[in-house]
Design a protein around this ligand. Structure first.
Ligand code: ZN
Length: 425
């Protein structure tokens, strides 16, 4: 009896809070789904991220946050981690947004970073519909990663409306250009990032990651002489020489995957790095030899291997497998995202995993993510512990059937409320 009373006193406030958050999420379910849909309806493929700034400003102010537009930092393009534009038209860096909520001078600051850009529709039948079918919101960016903008803003609104005191000041950076290398996040960091904890919101299916792999993009070009197929001196033309390079890249991938089984943060992660061939270009008459072939590819790698070392090993494998270049040229084009691995048992990672469990969500075992994102920039260029978390399933991100489950978004709201609420709040 005594034991029961003690348990009730200790646990009743937390249980009451969870019940209140669940009720709040239920009440606001349709409105929250429609807000995700409204953001999806604004096409923000790079360089059009600023098209959403008016909608976002009204939304943030309406939820009680302050919000401002931030110009690209003047030192951005000189920074060693700046990614040169590789999209058509080589767009210049765009504005970003910073929003926030002040809770108290003596409290720590938690930064949430969410990207506003989305990849092109690529066959999605309703990329900008934002349609809510009662269960899922459809369209490009619904999973990756506009649901996460709404998730964090609604968590802050929920805290306020339920009268729950936050344990920290909150900043929300809404950054451009994540998909093409992280220029937006780098700019906001250069503007100043005096924060204690960073949560980069990405479609991890609400699993908590304390690091991620790296990735480099590149192009391989094989050149030759055009002519009639009957006149070819060499049996292998530019297309086949590019395909041979793919075999050598697969061998590098295989070797790095073997190492992964003992790499901290990635032990037990299924396919923690991947080779992706995203394009091949060559064209000639049926009976003719094309003058060149260009292959576009990306290859992931795991820390502690860094970008320079990864590039050197790829170069050696592709261009010089047996002391000859095979008539190939290699150009670094695309992203050059380093990876990082933080502390699996860091205070932020632990707090977020605990918050997930409290909210009834499985945060997964402590592992790094098998995808790169902006988190490595915060891990490297701020002193804050940096983790990756968020709503949306990676299997749907960038796909022609991208959508997000509203109940997962609401579960994420609950996790962030638990993560941000002061103990006993
Ligand atoms: Zn993303």
């Amino acid at each position: 009896m005594t034991r029961h009373t003690a348990r009730t006193v200790r646990e009743a406030p937390a249980e009451a809070r969870q019940e209140a958050v669940r009720r709040w999420c239920g009440t606001h379910r349709t409105r929250i789904a429609e807000m995700v849909g409204a953001l999806v309806q604004v096409p923000t493929t790079a360089p059009d991220e600023p098209a959403a700034h008016a909608l976002l400003t009204g939304y943030l102010l309406g939820a009680g946050l302050w919000a401002e537009i931030q110009k690209p930092h003047p030192g951005l393009t000189e920074h060693p981690d700046y990614t040169a534009p590789f999209l058509p038209g080589a767009p210049a860096p765009r504005d970003n947004m910073r929003a926030g909520l002040r809770a108290g001078d003596t409290l720590p600051t938690v930064l949430f970073s969410v990207h506003t850009d989305v990849v092109p529709p690529d066959g999605h039948p309703e990329p900008w519909s934002g349609r809510f079918d009662g269960t899922r919101i459809h369209g490009r960016g619904s999973a990756d990663t506009k649901n996460n903008i709404v998730m964090v803003v609604e968590a802050l609104r929920c805290l306020r409306e339920l009268g729950l005191a936050p344990r920290a000041n909150v900043l929300v950076d809404l950054v451009s250009d994540e998909e093409a290398g992280g220029t937006g996040a780098l700019s906001t960091i250069l503007h100043g990032c005096p924060v204690d904890e960073v949560v980069v919101l990405e479609p991890t299916g609400l699993r908590v990651h304390h690091g991620h792999r790296g990735c480099v993009g590149f192009e391989i070009t094989a050149s030759g002489t055009t002519g009639h197929m009957g006149s070819a001196a060499d049996r292998q033309g530019p297309v086949e020489r590019c395909l041979r390079a793919v075999d050598r890249l697969r061998a590098v991938e295989e070797r790095w995957l073997d190492e992964a089984s003992t790499t901290p943060g990635f032990i037990g992660v299924a396919r923690p790095l991947q080779l992706n061939i995203s394009g091949i270009t060559a064209d000639s008459w049926h009976g003719s030899i094309p003058s060149s072939c260009t292959l576009r590819a990306s290859l992931g790698y795991l820390p502690p291997r860094d970008r320079d070392r990864a590039r050197a090993e790829i170069t050696a494998a592709v261009l010089d497998p047996a002391g000859r270049s095979d008539g190939l040229a290699l150009h670094w084009r695309g992203i050059g995202n380093d990876g990082y691995v933080g502390d699996a048992e860091g205070a932020t990672a632990r707090r977020l995993r605990d918050a997930a469990r409290t909210a009834g969500v499985d945060p997964g075992s402590p592992q790094a993510w098998h995808v790169s994102c902006d988190a490595r920039l915060y891990a490297r260029h701020t002193s804050a512990e940096t983790v990756v978390f968020g709503g949306g399933e990676l299997a749907l991100a960038h796909s022609d059937h991208e959508s997000v489950d509203i109940d997962q978004v609401l579960a994420g709201v609950h996790v962030l409320v638990e993560f941000l609420a002061a103990d006993g709040g």
